[in-house]
Design a protein around this ligand. Structure first.
Ligand SMILES: NC(=O)c1ccc[n+]([C@@H]2O[C@H](COP(=O)([O-])OP(=O)(O)OC[C@H]3O[C@@H](n4cnc5c(N)ncnc54)[C@H](OP(=O)(O)O)[C@@H]3O)[C@@H](O)[C@H]2O)c1
Length: 214
């Protein structure tokens, strides 16, 4: 699959690298230094390259939004028309100083983002795990029990694509329903961040849901 990365920091850099390792064609974009994007593409080995946000989005079958909430307008302007694209967002709608959500309860970052690109198929995913665990999960993907990853969205085709990408990275996709469920998954992402960064065991933390009673 051709995947355009909008925001090549902790999340976009790692997710893009792992998508490339999994055989996908990846374009890294949107960092302050072009050299960083070039290095990411080089180090990812596979079929990865660097480009502008427009180049990343242009022929992409899936686009990953991985920028700070304050950069969403800017990156969207640079990316151009995303109509008809699958757009997976891991971005949490955080205040500039990252101390709190600026959208919650009655909406979510994912829903507000979807309003900005109404003709795209938006899926919220990867927003509930710290970047530090991504390589570990990928490396453990052949093990019998995988960590879960919740995702939600309103477009069934886009969700199918997102579920495939989630599985490719070594997680078990958990369909949480429509995009409005991001009102719950986004604060859940902050719970995981609290456990990862303030808890005792370090930030390499993922989660797994288990069903009982059958
Ligand atoms: N980090 C996590 O574990 C985690 C987990 C779940 C969700 N999230 C969410 O995922 C999103 C991305 O987080 P992140 O930790 O990956 O952020 P990050 O490391 O700061 O990456 C953001 C990217 O945007 C680029 N950028 C920022 N300002 C820019 C500008 N003015 N011009 C061009 N590029 C610019 C950064 O460039 P540089 O590379 O030059 O800095 C970087 O590549 C956020 O919304 C966050 O809430 C993060």
């Amino acid at each position: 699959m051709r995947i355009g990365i909008l925001g090549s920091g902790l999340m976009g850099g790692k997710l893009g690298t792992l998508f490339a390792r999994g055989g996908h064609e990846v374009v890294f974009s949107y960092a302050r230094r072009e050299q960083k994007l070039k290095k990411l593409a080089r180090d990812a080995k596979g079929k990865a390259r660097s480009g502008t946000p427009r180049e990343a989005a242009q022929d992409a079958e899936a686009v990953l939004l991985a920028v700070h909430w304050s950069r969403v307008d800017d990156v969207l302007n640079q990316a151009g028309d995303l109509s008809g694209k699958v757009v997976v967002t891991c971005s949490l709608p955080m205040k500039d100083d990252d101390t709190a959500l600026v959208v919650a309860h009655t909406s979510s970052g994912a829903e507000e983002f979807a309003k900005m690109i109404p003709k795209a198929g938006v899926v919220a995913a990867f927003n509930t795990v710290p970047s530090e665990v991504l390589f570990d999960v990928y490396e453990a993907k052949r093990k019998a029990s995988r960590p879960s990853l919740v995702y939600c969205g309103d477009d069934p085709k886009a969700k199918k694509v997102a579920a495939r990408l989630i599985r490719d990275l070594g997680f078990e996709p958990m369909d949480a329903g429509p995009l409005r469920i991001a009102r719950y998954t986004e604060p859940f992402g902050l719970l995981i961040a609290q456990l990862a960064y303030e808890g005792k065991g370090g930030p390499e933390l993922a989660y797994r849901f288990e069903r009982f009673g059958k």
